[in-house]
Ligand binder design. Structure first.
Ligand SMILES: Nc1ncnc2c1ncn2[C@@H]1O[C@H](COP(=O)(O)OP(=O)(O)OP(=O)(O)O)[C@@H](O)[C@H]1O
Ligand SMILES: Cc1cn([C@H]2C[C@H](O)[C@@H](COP(=O)(O)O)O2)c(=O)[nH]c1=O
Length: 211
């Protein structure tokens, strides 16, 4: 059996990660590949329960508590879903993973990148994706999409101040600069089909369709 790949979509709120993850999964399945589609925080019953706690506005988790909860959710997700799928040789497409903790809890919050990675080593054997698509689009275009999807109803983390989200975006950019082998920057402006085409161009070598 050919070995599957672990692919993640990262980026700020509402940039189109879920939409592109769906389109990529359909494209891979259309080529006969076994693909597990999942998301973070979540993906397993335990991690989805932690997701509800994390995003609930009634709780005032600080970024330290957040980082621990995200790491716990990820540990369950890797143990029960992602790890076994990769062991079976399947592909895994995940909407957010460790880089979101690095960008939000370290970049946006008060943890260092090393501390977040240490938790990841403890919780999830330091599993890293093979390919990470970092989606980026102009702020006004994303604001329009979020407004159409959510109105004014952001969740606990999405509703944090703009300055927090600007630090998150900057940290994502830095992560991509320090790991150009893994990160693929995707211009997420335009229609979903436009963006999907850019993703598929970048995927071509991994699915044997490169020049
Ligand atoms: N290229 C696009 N052009 C216009 N609208 C889009 C595009 N991609 C996604 N959308 C719409 O924008 C909204 C946000 O998209 P999506 O849920 O895929 O983003 P996300 O990055 O996964 O969001 P979140 O960070 O909240 O999980 C949705 O309503 C979606 O239908
Ligand atoms: C995995 C992960 C996520 N977050 C934040 C990012 C978003 O604000 C929410 C998840 O909501 P989405 O609609 O699924 O994008 O959680 C984070 O802060 N740290 C993480 O590791």
């Amino acid at each position: 059996m050919t070995s599957g790949r672990f692919i993640t979509f990262e980026g700020g709120e509402g940039v189109g990660k879920s939409t592109q993850a769906h389109l990529l999964v359909d494209a891979l399945r259309g080529r006969g590949l076994e693909v597990v589609q999942t998301r973070e925080p979540g993906g397993t019953p335990g991690a989805e329960a932690i997701r509800d706690l994390l995003l609930d506005k009634r709780f005032a988790w600080d970024t330290r508590a957040e980082a621990l909860l995200f790491a716990a959710a990820r540990s369950d997700h890797v143990s029960h879903l992602i790890g076994p799928a990769l062991d079976r040789g399947e592909w895994v497409v995940c909407d957010r993973f460790i880089d979101s903790s690095r960008a939000y809890q370290a970049g946006g919050g008060e943890w260092s990148d090393d501390a977040v990675l240490s938790l990841h080593t403890l919780g999830s054997h330091a599993l890293m994706p093979d390919i990470t698509f970092l989606l980026q689009a102009p702020t006004d275009e994303i604001a329009q999409r979020l407004h159409e999807r959510d109105g004014n109803d952001a969740d606990r983390i999405g509703g944090k101040p703009a300055a927090y989200h600007a630090r998150v975006a900057e940290h994502f950019r830095q992560l991509a600069v320090t790991d150009p082998e893994r990160f693929v920057l995707i211009d997420a402006s335009g229609t979903p089909a436009d963006v999907h085409l850019r993703v598929m161009r970048a995927m071509a070598p991994s699915i044997g369709e490169g020049g």
